[in-house]
Design a protein around this ligand. Structure first.
Ligand code: NIG
Ligand code: FE
Length: 431
């Protein structure tokens, strides 16, 4: 009988979240959990060797170690494909002003918003950036996130943007969570370029992108980071977004784009045209552009914590996206301005109510489909054989408690690449 490193067994339910013909679960097909009752997982060398019933796997494998999951649910580790995890300070005062009636874009136009976090973040050392972000990442992990995308974008000058990239890489290399870096030099027009947005775009295209590519080589990253742009009135218009993304693509950067968060500028069409891996936010996207996502490889990433965090009532039209056949994913958008949320279970609970998705749909959108938004859907986000053994043991009797319940953490145990990194809420050592 073949030996395995670890056998997880006797789970009330095992949610495999299988890929659909090697791809994300698109459209109305979203929500196939590949559910196995009395489920078990055989793990070897950091990967899933087999998923099945307890009886089936016990008959097939002998295990060096076992973990009894009776009364619990097993599912893939959550993948959070859109965060701004690296920042200093906070914006609690702005939050209070927004609650009193000021809008997010008004505060930004007056020099606050993203720029106020840039002022707090620019001067920080790589060590300080890592030290500030690490406890947030610990809490994300404790809430089940095992792969997290992280953007730069609070530097907005070459040196500070590079430092933020270095901080993301340093954190990735010293923490169990896999971090996926994104360069977001086009997050806002910095104060010193007010009224000269095109000159800032020149800087991004001519200086920052080549410098980021060089830094990625220096840091021995296996691929270039993503390049992202905040395409929005008051940030980067469609022509500026196109210039940056086309220049990035020419250098080999894979693309992402913030679109239609407040006002639709045509960014979704641009994302599809340029073959971006994801288009994110999609709150005000017109129907004809939602339809484009139905036919594209570009994953639609909904961020329900953002309207919620802003106290808005308009959310991504997720059901319309599914009706069009789009691949829908969920992310936290964790950032100090619109959505300081570190919990994917909260994202999922919010998505059930505001996006009208079922618990099965939000679970796949926060695992398999989120991995596809990062170009990693062939190796993380599912518990099918061959996938990374990033596994959650949920202290709930049925997967539907994800979504149904909110405000407490359902995650009992987290395994990363087959190793227990969180047990009963306590975070164990580094990777
Ligand atoms: O995704 N929209 C741009 N970026 C963030 C907000 C960042 C901030 O306010 O600091 C977002 O909502
Ligand atoms: Fe964002």
């Amino acid at each position: 009988m073949p030996d395995v490193d670890l056998l997880l067994h006797s789970a009330t339910q095992l949610c495999v979240a299988p890929p659909d013909h090697g791809g994300p679960q698109r459209g109305e097909a979203l929500g196939d959990l590949g559910l196995i009752e009395d489920g078990a997982l055989a793990l070897k060398d950091g990967r899933v060797l087999a998923a099945g019933t307890t009886a089936d796997l016990r008959a097939r494998f002998s295990a060096a170690r076992e973990l009894d999951c009776a009364g619990k649910v097993l599912c893939p580790g959550f993948v959070d494909p859109h965060t701004h995890l690296i920042w200093m300070g906070d914006r609690a005062v702005e939050f209070e002003r927004r609650i009193a009636g000021a809008t997010y874009m008004e505060i930004m136009a007056a020099g606050g918003g993203i720029m106020s976090t840039v002022r707090a973040t620019r001067g920080a050392s790589v060590e300080a950036l890592v030290a500030e972000a690490r406890p947030r990442l610990d809490r994300m992990l404790a809430h089940g996130a095992t792969t997290v995308e992280v953007k730069t974008g609070y530097g907005l000058e070459t040196r500070a943007e590079l430092q933020q990239l270095e901080a993301i890489v340093a954190l990735d290399r010293s923490h169990p969570v896999t971090l996926v870096p994104t360069f977001l030099g086009a997050h806002a027009i910095p104060a010193e370029y007010q009224g000269r947005a095109d000159a800032y775009v020149d800087l991004v295209v001519q200086e920052m992108l080549p410098a980021v590519a060089e830094k990625a080589r220096e840091l021995h990253l296996p691929t270039l980071p993503f390049c992202d742009v905040f395409c929005e009135e008051g940030a980067f218009d469609l022509a500026q977004s196109r210039r940056i993304l086309e220049a990035a693509r020419a250098l080999g950067f894979p693309l992402k784009i913030h679109v239609d968060e407040f006002k639709s500028l045509g960014g979704t069409s641009l994302a599809v045209e340029l073959g971006a891996l994801s288009a994110d936010h999609l709150v005000t996207t017109p129907p004809e552009e939602l339809a484009l996502l139905g036919k594209a490889q570009t994953v639609a990433v909904a961020l329900p914590c953002t309207p919620f965090g802003l106290g808005h009532h308009e959310y991504t039209p997720a059901r319309a996206l599914l009706a069009e056949g789009a691949a829908l994913a969920l992310a936290s958008d964790c950032n100090p301005g619109t959505a300081w949320n570190e919990s994917m279970p909260f994202v999922m609970a919010l998505a059930c109510r505001t996006l009208r998705l079922t618990p099965g749909q939000v679970l796949v959108a926060a695992t398999l489909n989120a991995a596809f938004a990062l170009g990693m859907g062939d190796r993380v986000g599912s518990l099918a054989p061959g996938y990374a053994a990033d596994v959650l043991v949920l202290d709930v009797p049925d997967y539907r408690h994800l979504g149904y319940r909110f405000g407490a953490n359902p995650v009992a145990t987290v395994l990363k690449a087959g190793r227990i990194v969180v047990d009963a809420g306590g975070v164990y050592g580094a990777a």
